[in-house]
Design a protein around this ligand. Structure first.
Ligand code: IPE
Ligand code: IPE
Ligand code: MG
Length: 229
């Protein structure tokens, strides 16, 4: 089986899953966080080097205030509680997205975890928080303008994006039946293989991950070329 070096996931359907069981939407987010942990472990077992998870988009601020508050509470609690486990598992944690609209305590926690987990690791897990693909591109352009670049090539531009020198995702998984990118990694997904499943994120399993990887294994990646018949 060809294992993707970099898997990106749009973890969608937490709310629908919870509503279906007559629970408040936030319960879907709680369950979703547990699934993210389990899928991280499965990726380590598979030998995936990079896992990038979409946790909160620049557009998700338009949700009810209470849901946004609970989501950030959940993230803060998760990052605090899981600190030791991340180190034990060998997870290098990184964050992409804007940092200027989230609370200072959470920002410090994120920076601290990035520092602490960067020494010895088996997988790089990147959490996209207040992330938007267009915002990422614009922040990169503005950095380049400030540095007075008058010409950039693709690799320089990539370097200035949030994922920096992390290789482009090989496989993108989106759960919950929606077939769109929703402003995720617009630049980096140029040649990524896409996999969609109707399962909501809280019901996503290791087996489903394996199905996605098996499916990926059978794809012919052409990058615009003609393959020998
Ligand atoms: C994904 O689940 C998690 C976030 C976007 C934070 P949703 O909350 O979007 O769940 P649905 O799509 O409403 O079911
Ligand atoms: C995308 O899901 C963002 C995350 C998974 C964090 P959304 O639920 O926000 O996307 P749309 O609104 O269905 O496009
Ligand atoms: Mg959704």
């Amino acid at each position: 089986m060809k294992v993707p070096r970099h898997i990106a996931i749009i973890m969608d359907g937490n709310g629908r899953w919870a509503r279906r069981q007559d629970m408040p939407r936030i319960m879907g987010h709680y369950r979703g966080a547990e699934v993210a942990e389990d899928i991280t472990k499965a990726c380590i077992d598979l030998g995936v080097e990079y896992l990038t998870l979409f946790a909160f988009s620049t557009e998700n601020w338009n949700r009810p205030k209470e849901e946004v508050r609970l989501l950030f509470d959940l993230l803060r609690k998760y990052l605090t509680d899981k600190r030791e486990e991340l180190l034990e598992l060998g997870v290098r944690l990184k964050f992409i997205g804007r940092r200027d609209r989230i609370g200072r305590d959470l920002r410090y926690l994120m920076e601290e975890l990035e520092r602490e987990t960067s020494v010895s690791y088996r997988i790089t897990v990147t959490l996209a928080v207040d992330y938007g693909g267009r915002d990422d591109i614009l922040r990169a352009v503005n950095k380049l303008v400030r540095l007075k670049f008058d010409h950039v090539d693709e690799s320089t531009f990539s370097h200035f994006l949030d994922l920096g020198d992390i290789p482009d995702p090989d496989l993108l998984i989106r759960t919950a039946g929606e077939k769109r990118i929703s402003n995720f990694l617009l630049w980096n997904l140029a040649y990524t293989e896409l996999y969609f499943t109707d399962l909501c994120w809280p019901e996503f399993t290791r087996d489903e991950l394996l199905r996605a990887v098996e499916d990926f294994s059978g794809r012919k990646r052409k990058f615009g070329r003609v393959l020998d018949e």
